[in-house]
Design a protein around this ligand. Structure first.
Ligand SMILES: CC(C)(COP(=O)(O)OP(=O)(O)OC[C@H]1O[C@@H](n2cnc3c(N)ncnc32)[C@H](O)[C@@H]1OP(=O)(O)O)[C@@H](O)C(=O)NCCC(=O)NCCS
Length: 445
């Protein structure tokens, strides 16, 4: 049957709608942390940004908002004639400034809440951050400036489960209720990592990392509007080295925060210009992207097992072996198959492991997939599986199998389908433990 020929404009429109549905599906139920510079407010654009955030929230994304208050604090301190100093880019907060800093922090949070309310979205401002004093560093006393100590995640998750938008003012309290001024950038980074966010946004009033403002070399891919569109972690670290002497420029701190967040498991960090209409939607729902994106790739956190890691891997496996989910492995077993194993490491801590054992006939077994319970449901297991499948593919394997007693559904989510003992390579078939009676799952490459 002949198709009706439609105009290019309609076709583009339909393509766009399809793309939006695709992305919306991908992110539904995911968490986004958004830091919004006060400068956006000064440009009178906050209401526009909020309009788009509400759409995202309505499409099932769990939104966490951190309004930056730095300029508002400067305004209020200046208005009340209170000394206002910074050292190495960090505000020094004398005790007498704290009531005014709180006033500014809650003022910007309230403003955001008002705009969300006007669009029918329920939000709540909370005291979910435990802070501790920064104290004296390099001889400089930071007064009542604090740093994030602990985020009461269980409360924040409850707020999100109830469909509310939590708003975090840049204030934290110690156990005795003493307030500290904390960096909203640090707070956004910590929240994104601890909530296992898929995305962290820094909505600023500049167009990401551009050539005129920062030192860049030939390794960076530059767009026609003189912007670095994306950086992987190695490039982001290179950027920080090149711009060490520009530490006061806003992009440098954001890239530093972005690297820390990406290392902590946040897949993508976006530095975008809030003055561009619809910038957050454009960044999410179009393949083109605007601003600068920092992204971790799987290979940054997964690496081969070394002898020093063995005790950590056994620690992660122990409770799973005890509950019968995982087959026991000894230290000697791991030593003997060192090359088969990989570990997932973030900031020097091992949170997960997995192995790929090759067999004859282009087959390989995916085994010993285990994730530290304290780090569960942050995509670690998925990344390990994807990594090992890619490795099997590179090695020319045609089929991967896994044996499991209780993780059947999880493997199914990753494209595995049921098989029988006959599907196992002979070397494995002989050793198949019929008393354990594990289910056999297959994945064609
Ligand atoms: C299975 C395991 C590796 C998942 O690790 P993880 O890093 O927590 O998982 P991810 O973050 O990649 O995936 C989380 C998703 O899987 C689901 N999930 C976790 N364990 C599951 C299981 N046993 N069955 C079905 N689904 C499961 C979660 O509910 C979550 O679903 P959602 O994305 O819809 O919210 C981990 O739970 C584990 O170590 N299990 C014990 C060891 C094991 O069974 N290994 C496999 C045998 S080799």
């Amino acid at each position: 049957m002949e198709r009706f020929v439609e105009s290019d404009a309609i076709k583009q429109h339909v393509d766009l709608i399809r793309e939006v549905f695709l992305y919306a599906q991908r992110f539904r139920g995911g968490t986004f942390v958004l830091h919004i510079d006060y400068a956006i407010n000064l440009h009178g654009l906050l209401a526009e940004v909020v309009k788009d955030l509400v759409l995202l929230q309505q499409s099932g994304i769990r939104m966490v908002l951190v309004p930056g208050a730095s300029q508002r604090i400067d305004e209020i301190l200046a208005g009340y004639g209170i000394e206002n100093r910074r050292h190495a880019g960090v505000r020094i907060s004398p005790p007498e400034a704290i009531p005014f800093i709180k006033m500014a922090a809650f003022d910007v949070s309230n403003h955001l809440m008002t705009l969300l309310t006007a669009r029918g979205t329920n939000a709540v401002i909370g005291n979910w951050v435990r802070a501790r004093s920064m104290g004296v560093r390099d001889g400089v006393d930071y007064g009542d400036t604090g740093t994030v100590d602990r985020i009461k995640l269980e409360h924040v998750q409850k707020v999100l489960d109830d469909g509310l938008v939590p708003i975090f003012p840049c204030v934290g309290w110690n156990a005795a209720g003493k307030p500290y001024n904390i960096s909203s950038h640090e707070l956004a980074q910590e929240l994104a990592v601890q909530l296992g966010a898929q995305k962290l946004f820094f909505i600023t009033d500049f167009n990401g990392i551009t050539t005129g403002e920062y030192e860049l070399d030939e390794r960076f891919e530059i767009t026609t509007d003189q912007r670095v569109h994306r950086m992987d972690l190695a490039e982001a670290r290179r950027f920080l080295e090149l711009n060490e002497h520009h530490a006061e420029r806003p992009g440098v701190e954001l890239v530093r925060r972005g690297v820390a967040a990406a290392r902590g498991g946040v897949a993508r960090v976006h530095i975008v210009d809030g003055r561009i209409d619809g910038v957050v939607l454009k960044e999410i729902f179009s393949n083109l992207g605007v601003g600068t994106m920092i992204h971790a790739n799987v290979y940054d956190s997964i690496r081969p097992l070394t002898l020093e890691d063995i005790s950590d891997v056994l620690r992660i496996m122990r409770p799973l072996v005890k509950s019968g989910v995982l087959v026991a492995r000894s230290e000697d077993d791991l030593r003997a198959q060192l090359d088969d194993y990989v570990v997932f490491e973030t900031d020097g801590t091992i949170y997960g492991c997995g192995a790929l054992h090759e067999y004859e006939g282009g087959k390989a077994e995916l085994a010993a997939i285990a994730v530290d319970a304290r780090h569960a449901e942050r995509g670690t297991g998925r990344k390990i599986v994807e990594y090992l499948l890619a490795q099997a593919r590179r090695r020319g394997c045609r089929q991967v199998f896994a044996l499991t007693t209780q993780t059947y559904d999880w493997f199914s989510m990753h494209g595995f389908y049921p098989g029988t003992v006959q599907d196992l390579p002979p070397g494995k078939r002989e050793r198949y433990d019929r008393t354990r009676n594990s289910r056999i799952l297959l994945h064609d490459l």
